[in-house]
Each structure stands twice: as structure tokens, then as C-alpha cells.
Write a protein that binds this ligand. Sequence first.
Ligand SMILES: Cc1cc2nc3c(=O)[nH]c(=O)nc-3n(C[C@H](O)[C@H](O)[C@H](O)COP(=O)(O)O)c2cc1C
Length: 164
Amino acid sequence: MEVDQEQDYRRAMGAFATGVTVVSAARGDGALAGITVNSLTSVSLRPRLLLWCLGDQSERYDLFATAEHWGVTVLGADDEALARRFARAETEAIAPEEAARFDAAPVLRGGVAHFACRTFERRQAGDHLMIIGEVTACRSGPGDGLTYFRSRYGRADALESGSK
Ligand SMILES: Cc1cc2nc3c(=O)[nH]c(=O)nc-3n(C[C@H](O)[C@H](O)[C@H](O)COP(=O)(O)O)c2cc1C
């Protein structure tokens, strides 16, 4: 019964289309790592807060659960390979030339938007850690967005300016 309910929940949440992001942070030795995340949610405008949820079974839990500064890159429609890559710990490393410093946070070059965050609060909720970040800087650019819906990647077309 438990398993059925979990599958029902997964399936129902999978019908909630999202964008796809990579959250990035530096390890103690300065090495950069990223993780694919679609739980990103805006929380507050004043102050500017957002949250994402980190699974407590993640091999990268210690890094992201303790990072004080971290970046969010919102992936563009052509970035599916990045989403797949950062969903695996074996390919989590971000080479210096792939990253840019944005305020105090590392972000990926490319993408359609970036957020630099400082951890504001952390709260355990079931098997995930809710990580709330204060946005210290953000920016966005043009381009179509990468989407995730029913376990599949897709594309959200940017409207031409002036069209509906
Ligand atoms: C589209 C997509 C969205 C994901 N969103 C999250 C998320 O919001 N939080 C999270 O902890 N893991 C998320 N994951 C899973 C992680 O990217 C990663 O696959 C998982 O943590 C297992 O790898 P790890 O143990 O090496 O961290 C997502 C994966 C995909 C493909």
C-alpha cells in the first residue's frame, strides 16, 4: 500500500511541469560541483527568498546541506545534457572554465537565468532538507527554457517581445 501511494504521489507530482536548474557550490578545496534540481520555488519578495529541497540520500548531501553560498543556473532548452550530467554524482564536477562567479556564488556559464544565494534557513522535512536562500543577486537573459514533465525533458518557447 505504501509503495502504491508513493507511486501515485510521484506520478501526480510528475504532472506538475517545472523548469530545470543546476545548483552549484564550492567544496572546501575550492572544487565546484553541481546538482540537477527542479524543486526550486520562490518564497518571498521582501526579502528575496527562494528554496529548493535536497534529498537526504544524495551522495552530495554534505556539500549542499552545509554550503553558505551557492548559485542557481536556470537551464535553457538546449541544456538537457547538463541536466542529465548533474543528476549523477560521477559527473558533478564543474571545470573552472565552465563556471562564472556571480556575487559570492559559482554559477554555470550559459542558462537563461542565474541566482546567487546565501543560506537563510534550513529545515528538515521528511526525507528532504528544505534549503532557503536569500538572493543576493539575480539576472536573466533571452532564450527558450528547459522543462521537465512526466519524467521527460521539453522546451518552453520564449515569446517574441510584443506577442501574446
Ligand atoms: C529533472 C530532475 C530534477 C531533480 N530535482 C531534484 C531536487 O529538486 N532535489 C534533489 O535532491 N534531487 C533532485 N534530483 C536528483 C538529483 O539530481 C540526483 O540525481 C540525486 O541526488 C541522486 O544523485 P546523488 O546521490 O549523486 O546526489 C533531480 C533530478 C532530475 C533529473
